[in-house]
Design a protein around this ligand. Structure first.
Ligand code: NAD
Ligand code: UDX
Length: 462
């Protein structure tokens, strides 16, 4: 249930790896299902088209809106629906909204006439499986039994297919009863078609649910830690790339997730940390809550620090200036813009009345505008004329033509190989580059004549 960024790719890989299993992916949205059945999939993910084609061609991967019928026929039901941060009511702004999970459980209970294993794949607060089990048991048809498992997903967007085909681990939580352990083995056996047994970790339900939140919190914490040091590097003349290199060489620290940036985005990090913060608060663990909350605060600081750097460097005003924003997705190799730092930077620049020309190879104007509206409440309705300040471009050279500055906010590979001399020649002078991903060749661009700012690197604006 749920044909989104997780449900679609996850189930497509199960179908590919398990030819004898029929996988039906259902969703409330007809538009979403039509897209999964078309040649133009609803999400961009390297390698996904090929995987989907295998299952669809073989006939063991079906996308459908026939929710009730598909559930009734299933032995195992994965719940993979969105669990966004609550926007109103108790815990608003922090707690995860699990209403969609509960609705799924109600539907499953109503239409099931045979026993089923129900698997929580969505990221949920600890003990949600208790609520799901209660809804299932109270709504069950006579004689029908359910087992609830937790199987959180660890894929990252942009590398989803690879992550699913070669996962670092598969986490499965169950009740430690005979029936719970048996159900756990059924789902473990599905994964064992392609995942080595030692990578299939089984545990109790609560540890599995919490294990997912903590994994994301720890990854995000690394990014906020390195970003906090990037500010110190700029103040002291140290170089963040050297710090990441030397710290990352220590095997106890490791080299991954030490890349300083304009700030992390994506639908998971902030949502899951806030969820963790809320959980800690609910149990009266205020110091723990505050500790994790600082990971998000540091990220907010990093985003606004970047915007401020742009305005300050450009003689304290960007009013009426054209600024090219390179990238809008929250990371490369995805068209997903949820919580992208790019939206915050664009918002700050527009508040200063700059004209922001955005180029992203995978993000349409429609999606961009939806992101401004959803995350920042910015639209023509709330800020008349807003749309005139965001210009979407289909070519990076046009985005930069006549611009006073380029701000790199997504690390798309193609930005590394652009002709920066050509870009420079077409821009207003002095021409600035603000590299929020540290991917451009700064010394070369300085030689061309650009004023270059790189996150956490010695500031030589000449
Ligand atoms: P998404 O918004 O892309 O997809 C969710 C889908 O569920 C939507 O298409 C929606 O129409 C559908 N849906 C909602 N209620 C439904 C219902 N009652 N019946 C059928 N379909 C329903 O969300 P996502 O990014 O795939 O995330 C899903 C879950 O997985 C979330 O809990 C998220 O935190 C978690 N997660 C996401 C990622 C990621 O990279 N996006 C990674 C790991 C875990
Ligand atoms: C994350 C988790 O990695 C994944 O395991 C989980 O299932 C979902 O949430 P995702 O959000 O798709 O995945 O991407 P990820 O690669 O984790 O990047 C998140 C954000 O952090 C991006 O904006 C990325 O650019 C940023 N980031 C990452 C950095 O700024 N620096 C880094 O070193 C790594």
């Amino acid at each position: 249930m749920g044909a989104g960024y997780v449900g679609g790719p996850t189930m497509a890989v199960i179908a590919k790896m398990c030819p004898k299993i029929l996988v039906t992916v259902v969703d409330l949205s007809q538009k979403q299902i039509d897209a999964w059945n078309s040649d133009s999939l609803p999400i961009y993910e390297p390698g996904l088209e090929e995987v989907v084609k295998v299952g669809r061609g073989r006939g063991n991967l079906v996308f459908s809106t026939e929710i009730e019928k598909s559930i009734a026929e299933a032995d195992v039901v994965f719940i993979s629906v969105n669990t966004p941060t609550k926007t109103a009511g108790i815990g608003a702004g922090r707690a995860a909204n699990v209403k969609n999970c509960e609705l799924c459980a109600r539907t499953i209970a109503k239409v099931s006439t045979s026993d089923k294993i129900v698997v929580e794949k969505s990221t949920v607060p600890v003990r949600t499986s208790d609520a799901v089990r209660s809804v299932l048991e109270h709504g069950a048809n006579p004689g029908v039994k359910f087992q609830v498992l937790s199987n959180p997903e660890f894929l990252a967007e942009g590398t989803a297919v690879d992550d699913l085909e070669r996962p670092s681990r598969v986490l499965l939580g169950s009740l430690q009863s005979d029936a719970g352990l048996k159900a756990c083995q059924v789902v473990a056996n599905v994964y064992a078609n392609w995942v080595p047994r030692e990578k299939i970790l089984t545990t109790n339900l609560w540890s599995s649910e919490l294990g997912k939140l903590v994994a994301n919190a720890m990854l995000a914490q690394r990014v906020s830690s390195v970003n906090s040091i990037s500010a110190l590097c700029e103040a002291t003349g140290a170089n963040i790339a050297e710090i990441s290199r030397s710290c990352g060489t220590d095997p106890r620290i490791g080299p991954k997730f030490l890349q300083a940036s304009v700030g992390f985005g994506g639908s998971c990090f902030q949502k899951d940390i806030l969820n963790l913060v809320y959980l800690c608060e609910s149990y009266g663990l205020n110091e723990c809550a505050e500790y994790w909350n600082w990971v998000v605060k540091m990220n907010d600081y990093q985003k606004s620090r970047f915007s401020l750097k742009i305005v300050r460097s450009m003689f304290n005003t960007v009013t009426g200036k054209k600024i090219a924003l390179f990238g809008f997705a929250f990371k490369k190799d995805t068209g997903d813009t949820r919580e992208t730092a790019a939206a915050f930077v664009a918002r700050d620049l527009i508040e200063e009345q700059a004209k922001v020309h955005v180029y992203d190879p995978q993000v349409s104007r429609e999606v961009m505008m939806m992101e401004f509206n959803y995350t920042l409440g910015l639209s023509e309705a709330t800020k008349p004329g807003f749309g005139d300040y965001v210009i979407t471009e289909t070519d990076p050279y046009e985005a930069a033509d006549g611009a006073h500055a380029i701000a790199v906010v997504t690390e798309w590979d193609e930005f590394k190989t652009l002709d920066y001399q050509k870009l420079y020649d077409s821009m207003s002078k002095p021409a600035f580059i603000f590299d929020g991903r540290n991917i451009i060749d700064a010394p070369k661009c300085r030689e061309i004549g650009f004023q270059v700012y790189s996150i956490g690197k010695p500031v030589t604006m000449t």
